[in-house]
Design a protein around this ligand. Structure first.
Ligand code: F6R
Length: 610
């Protein structure tokens, strides 16, 4: 959600803070701000909108000090505006906050604050007032923080600086992540390690409930019972270069084009290319004894899980229950004793997914997570982790994270089938070799990007778009629709093609493009039949299949349709390959419409609030 950066350094902090905020802008971008302590005095600059506005403000009114905090906001309480932008401050303390303080109204009432006493409409401001009261009572910054933290309900990461303290920063986390970077005589705070990558590779992750008091050369961490604790300092593989756009117009375009490489990297962790065998690490589960697998995730990651449901049930015959995490966690589903629960998350910080995980843990489920960020909370709270090797994903709309999640999930599905004796050596070889073809077949699709761009010229004019698929490709239709909605703001729905006749076919006319993902598999004739029904009613179809599928479709109808030819691929692996053309289609529609592709309106990456 929001991004936090803090620097206790040797040089002027404002430029470094802005640089850190730029790396965090993907987390939220409706307003930004920084505060520093200079000669014991707190200074602040804020601006609504993107970081460029804050830079202009600082150019007009420079701000000095070698220690400071910064924030890029995704609004939860209060509209995006300069007044609501962080840091919030009094003359005693400045605070940046990621997350939500659920009981802020009660806390404000407890302090006797009237709306007219508040500078903003945010939940964060109450923290500033709570701290100021303690400081006015003569408490030290650390004592003040220690006394107010137990009062705060919700999920939050905080970073705080205090007037009169040029070399002291305090951070705290409950729910939302916070990382500390340890430099050479410098200390950094960040809501993720990516923001800290240019400054240091030595990162210390706070545990849930921890708080920390830091100077330029020392950090002291306390757990939630106020006991001093040691947390390991780990080396991050991220570097300052991990987050460049290269020669691409946008991060999303770069990330779409990285897919052959990152899928290749991911495969190397889970298969032996020469022996053509699966090499998934031992997860400590005897799947012969498992009666049901539960999968939970949000958004794109949920669609990856939905594809996996088809794979696991088909390959292993173990029933799979899947639900979006925000529903799952409140539905309180009954669970088999000693079952397996799988969570899929790029960031590893999505609050709904994390809470669903915690629910399953309480139900004695074995927790397996598929995450991109190894140091994330979801990864750390899991019994076993299967990492996607997507690298940092900055574009808000997920692309390479999705296809690497699918890659891991297929390797996992095959491994479970192998463990329970439902996948013989010959089939294992066949599927592994199909997986190994992915990087080159995806490159072939990417090489045809201009054809998709031409199709997008038409689709971008539409108000509504329908994506269709069947079986294991039905979730790809939903993912295509989600991508189009997110970045082009065109209304889109993903539907199982067979359901058209039960309602949505009423929508069909020549103004509603229909994007059909239709691999030439055992369901081809059924799906193609559904598509023909739409064509017969004037629907403008974009038909995505391999050359044989397209030839068959041409024979089935005399009406012309737009087509995109996808390389032939094993049917089980097809959803991974067919994800790429729908990503490209969404990308080009947004490009043609001139939207802000990497930072679409109202969205943020890593949703750490409910
Ligand atoms: C869509 C998108 C979101 C995320 C969802 C879960 O393009 O990116 O739907 O997939 O918010 O995020 P993670 O995977 O970080 O848990």
């Amino acid at each position: 959600m929001c991004g936090i950066i803090g620097i206790i350094g040797k040089n002027q902090a404002s430029e470094l803070l802005i640089d850190g905020l730029r790396r965090l802008e993907y987390r939220g971008y409706d307003s930004t701000g920084i505060a520093t302590v200079d000669d014991g005095i707190l200074n602040r600059r804020r601006a609504s909108g993107k970081i460029i506005n804050l830079e202009k403000e600082i150019l007009k009114k420079p701000i000095s000090g070698t220690m400071g905090i910064g924030h890029t906001r995704w609004a939860t309480h209060g509209v995006p505006s300069e007044n609501n932008a962080h840091p919030h401050m009094t003359e005693k303390v400045a605070v940046v906050h990621n997350g939500i303080i659920e009981n802020y109204r009660e806390l404000a009432d407890g302090l006797g604050l009237k709306p007219s006493d508040m500078e903003s409409e945010t939940d964060t401001e109450v923290i500033v007032h709570l701290l100021t009261q303690k400081l006015n009572d003569g408490k030290t910054p650390l004592q003040s923080v220690q006394e107010i933290l137990p009062q705060l309900k919700g999920a939050f990461a905080l970073c705080m600086i205090f007037s009169g303290h040029n070399n002291t920063m305090i951070g705290a986390r409950v729910g939302s992540p916070l990382a500390i970077g340890v430099g050479d005589g410098e200390t950094y705070f960040g809501s993720d390690a990516l923001a800290l990558a240019p400054y240091t590779q030595d990162i210390c992750y706070l545990n849930d409930g921890d708080y920390v008091i830091a100077t330029d050369d020392n950090i002291k961490i306390y757990d939630n019972s106020d006991k001093v604790v040691e947390r390991p300092i780990v080396k991050t593989s991220l570097s300052g270069d991990s987050v460049g756009r290269g020669n691409y117009e946008t991060f999303m375009e770069k990330e779409i084009h990285e897919q052959p490489t990152v899928i290749g990297d991911t495969l190397t962790s889970y298969i032996h290319p020469a022996k053509q065998t699966l090499t998934i690490p031992d997860l400590g589960v005897d799947f012969n004894k498992i009666e049901k697998i539960t999968i939970s995730a949000c958004g794109t990651a949920y669609y990856a899980g939905l594809v996996a449901k088809y794979w696991i049930e088909k390959l292993t015959r173990i029933p799979v229950e899947i639900d979006v995490a925000s529903e799952f966690r409140y539905r309180e589903p009954p669970m088999f004793k000693n079952g397996v629960a799988i969570f899929v998350s790029q960031s590893g910080e999505t609050m709904d997914t994390l809470e669903a995980l915690r629910y399953c843990k309480k139900q004695n489920q074995k927790i397996i997570s598929i995450v991109n960020v190894l140091e994330s909370t979801i990864a750390r709270e899991s019994d076993a982790i299967l990492q996607t090797q997507a690298g940092p994903e900055i574009g808000v709309a997920s692309t390479k994270a999705f296809t690497t999640q699918l890659t891991v999930l297929l390797c996992l599905s095959l491994s479970i089938a192998k463990q329970i004796g439902k996948l013989d050596k010959k089939l294992e070889k066949e599927f592994v070799s199909a997986l190994l073809e992915l990087p080159s077949t995806i490159s072939q699709v990417l090489a045809e990007a201009d054809n998709i761009k031409a199709i997008a010229e038409n689709v971008a004019k539409a108000k509504d778009v329908l994506f269709l698929g069947r079986g294991v490709n039905y979730p790809i239709a939903m993912e295509g629709a989600l991508k189009l909605k997110e970045i082009s703001y065109i209304h889109a729905e993903g539907y199982p093609a067979g359901e058209m006749k039960h309602g949505p076919i009423a929508l069909i006319d020549d103004s509603v493009p229909i994007i059909a993902s239709c691999p030439n598999d055992e369901l081809f004739d059924k799906t193609a039949g559904n598509i023909q029904e739409a064509i017969a009613r004037g629907g403008r179809v974009v038909f995505m299949s391999d050359s044989d599928g397209i030839a068959k479709m041409r024979k089935m109808t005399s009406t012309s349709f737009a087509e995109f030819c996808v390389p032939k691929i094993n049917h089980l692996v097809a959803p991974i390959l067919y994800s790429v053309p729908v990503q490209l289609l969404a990308y080009y529609c947004a490009f043609i419409k001139g939207t802000d592709i990497d930072q679409p309106r109202n969205l943020a990456k890593s949703v750490t609030v409910e």
